[in-house]
Design a binder for this molecule. Structure first.
Ligand SMILES: [Zn+2]
Length: 441
């Protein structure tokens, strides 16, 4: 099993960023601001923590490769592993944005001497959530910050970082690995059967970090063969229906605002594996069906949004009662602000589930397209279902399926721009399901 590691040596599939950071460490040439660019789950936060740990480590160790890595054992390393190091601060959005008051607080902290280590390190994750005001405030700090203060900005979309910040930062690019190299790495480091690794990788829609987390757990995974469209829909909706209760279970341990926020963040970033497997089975049925029942798009969309509304209600209820119990510990104005931020996070979580469903459909169609063009199964995300994809390519309606990719892509774009999600989902399912005759051949 893979144990949570802090070391650079335990970073997978990101040799280039690691090389460039360990080089600057060995030359003792540390810049003030770094911008880590790359898509979700590629390891930006993991590498930022390794960098911070090596800088703060009380007893860095030489490696066989000739660079220095953190020891993972000293007080400093242990606290970084737990995100409780007094000199390593994470700045994450409250609601959807990183706000100016958060950055101002960081400003004050930047001028204090390091408490435990040699550096004051701020990890801004994700920096593409800074708004206009917080960006300006950050720029001011970058201009004034004393030496021994280090900023690591993590971002998916460089266009959302203002140029004046970008130009001050050393950029480190994180590339998304190919599906096959991600799977090959998982085969090497995870002691589970390759079939199972393949299945979980595709259920996680190729998110390496999330796959690793599920595969490293003690969970056993249920294969789900032979479910019909109807059965897999019931399964998916029922798994979605459990989210609210799971949240209540986790959140009942929250005993401070800070901890509550942390629980919510963790909950948002990793979906339960049963939900992921159910979603994959269901989107497979949709993608592979030669046609969909006429009433399906409207009915399913209605059920999906009902489930998500119910989930949001349950989570809201839990958060409201938690906040009501905190009246003695925090001022009412702070609780009001935090309450509003949580509402926004709940909305984000609901949208996220719709978006994930959409994306899973999109990935099936991209696989059809890839296989049709290359006949190379190693390029597939859903390698565990390669027979399905190969069989489909032999049907005469396969081209119609591939044409669906275009409407999926343009609808995905609309969805990301907050156009009415109910209408978009209905429209997408209608396009996938209509005008494709039975394959009688
Ligand atoms: Zn250490």
């Amino acid at each position: 099993m893979v144990v949570a590691s802090l070391k650079f040596q335990g970073v997978f599939l990101q040799d280039e960023p690691v090389r460039s950071l360990v080089n600057s460490l060995s030359k003792n040439k540390i810049f003030q601001t770094y911008l880590f660019l790359g898509s979700e789950s590629v390891g930006k936060r993991r590498v930022a923590k390794a960098f911070a740990a090596t800088l703060e480590c009380l007893s860095p160790q030489p490696t066989n490769e000739g660079f220095w890595d953190c020891c993972e054992k000293c007080l400093s390393c242990k606290r970084i592993l737990l995100d409780t190091h007094p000199d390593v601060t994470f700045l994450t959005p409250i609601g959807t944005e990183i706000r100016v008051d958060q950055v101002r607080r960081m400003h004050e902290m930047a001028f204090l001497n390091p408490f435990l280590g040699k550096w004051r390190i701020f990890i801004i994750d994700p920096a593409d959530r800074l708004n206009e005001f917080s960006s300006n405030s950050l720029l001011k700090i970058l201009e004034e910050a004393p030496p021994r203060v280090l900023f690591i900005l993590l971002a998916k979309n460089p266009d959302r970082i203002v140029n004046t910040i970008k130009s001050r930062a050393v950029k480190i690019y994180f590339r998304s690995p190919s599906h096959q190299s991600a799977r090959d790495t998982l085969y090497k480091i995870i002691n589970r059967p390759p079939d199972e690794i393949c299945m979980i990788y595709s259920a996680c829609d190729g998110l390496f970090g999330m796959t690793l987390q599920h595969l490293s757990s003690q969970e056993t995974f249920v294969q789900n063969q032979g479910k019909t469209l109807g059965e897999s829909q019931v399964w998916y909706l029922s798994e979605l229906g459990k989210i609210g209760a799971e949240f209540q279970n986790l959140f009942s341990h929250a005993n401070s605002l800070e901890f509550a926020q942390k629980i919510f963040e963790g909950f948002k970033s990793v979906s339960p594996i049963t939900l992921l497997l159910a979603r994959k089975a269901f989107t497979r049925e949709i993608a592979l069906s030669p046609f969909l029942p006429a009433a399906f798009p409207t009915l399913f969309t209605k059920y999906l949004f009902e489930k998500i509304d119910r989930m949001k209600l349950e989570i809201r209820h839990q958060i409201n009662s938690f906040l009501a119990g905190q009246k003695e510990n925090y001022s009412s104005s702070l609780l009001k602000v935090v309450g509003e931020q949580f509402q926004q996070m709940i909305e984000d979580l609901g949208n996220r589930h719709v978006l994930d469903f959409f994306q899973s459909l999109l990935f099936w169609h991209s696989d059809f397209f890839r296989f049709k063009n290359t006949q190379d199964v190693t390029l597939l995300l859903n390698l565990d279902r390669k027979e399905d994809i190969m069989n489909l390519s032999r049907r005469h309606w396969a081209t119609k399926k591939i044409e669906c990719l275009k409407s999926l892509l343009s609808n995905f774009d609309l969805f990301a721009h907050n156009v009415n999600p109910t209408l978009i989902l209905e429209d997408t399912l209608m396009r996938i399901g209509e005008n494709i005759p039975w394959d009688v051949a």
